[in-house]
Design a protein around this ligand. Sequence first.
Ligand code: NAI
Ligand code: MG
Length: 360
Amino acid sequence: TTARLYRIASIPGDGIGTETTDAAVQVLEKLAEVSGKFAFEWDHVDWNSKTYREIGSYIPPGGIERLKKSDAIFFGACGWPDIPDHISLWSLILPLRHRLNQYVNVRPTRILRGTSSPLSSCVADPSALDWVIVRENSEGEYAGQGGTTHAGTPLAVGTEVAIFTRPGIERVMRFAFDTAAGRPRKLLTMVTKSNAQRHGMVLWDAVYDEVRAEYPDVAADRMLVDAMTCRMVLRPRSLDTIVATNLHADILSDLAAALAGSIGIAPSSNLDPTRENPSMFEPIHGSAPDIAGKGVANPVGAFWSAAEMVRWLGQGEAADRLMEAVENAAAKGARTKDLGGQSGTKEVTDAVCKELEGMT
Ligand code: NAI
Ligand code: MG
């Protein structure tokens, strides 16, 4: 049988994004080699804050068309201290999500074998925390509407308009119910702030009620976002799949990552469920200028994102194998400082490759 060839556009970006992406490419090559069922062809895309400084843009003309030729996109992180974060965010990652119709962002969180949680209840029983956060990824608070009048004067006025559309809510709600229905516990929690925000978030509640009626097998409940932070910390086992708006899920998923041990392990998938456009896979962490270039960044978030990419491409067995290798390596002590270990990025990467080799 001939190996299936996947064309992957890799965008390392800035800071530790380049370090964790290099590590993920190395591990993915090893995974392909040991699996024998598929191979990767890389399109290395050098869009980052340095090119922005040089040519004034992150995405050059024709850039989106270039990405559309790939089966999937692997992304590192983008942003650097000398460029305002709203410029880097709105010049690269947000346009990609919007232009490629990646309307859901899926963020799984669990406590990996060999790592531990700051929650004492989860130290006693790591299985108490096993969540998938489904984040609306195309509109809401990050729709980009608003403006500034009298900028830079004492009379400055800024508006930030959140956009919630029925089709936008409905498609992410259905995805979340499908996700919950596909997991053993069939449990979904829908998060809003519909007591204080009485238009768009009340529309979320209404769509939730409608879609819920179509999924009698899923046990669903709803929470206000402030109370949700307490529930995540105090009753982790009461949660499984979580759906929330763009802003709320952005915040809750960082909390989830910290509760599972570190932001350095958390993955995310920006999906176009219609599969008309390539989906994009990235660790949730940023470029971490404070540790960039030191070789200490945790590559596990990138490895887990790589596993989710491989799963999305149809190679579920290889994805499971990669996660097994990551957990074996961690259990044997290959852990970076953020997880309380002593290893650098390279040692963890080599340890995971060695585990993969040992599994054939
Ligand atoms: P960050 O995630 O880069 O860093 C937050 C803290 O976590 C830092 O102390 C960092 O050292 C630590 N950390 C993050 N990833 C780690 C890893 N893999 N291993 C070990 N420690 C890790 O978030 P921050 O500092 O708010 O943002 C830095 C830059 O990244 C900004 O320019 C921001 O806009 C950008 N950013 C980009 C994202 C993206 O490209 N999707 C997401 C978040 C931030
Ligand atoms: Mg975030």
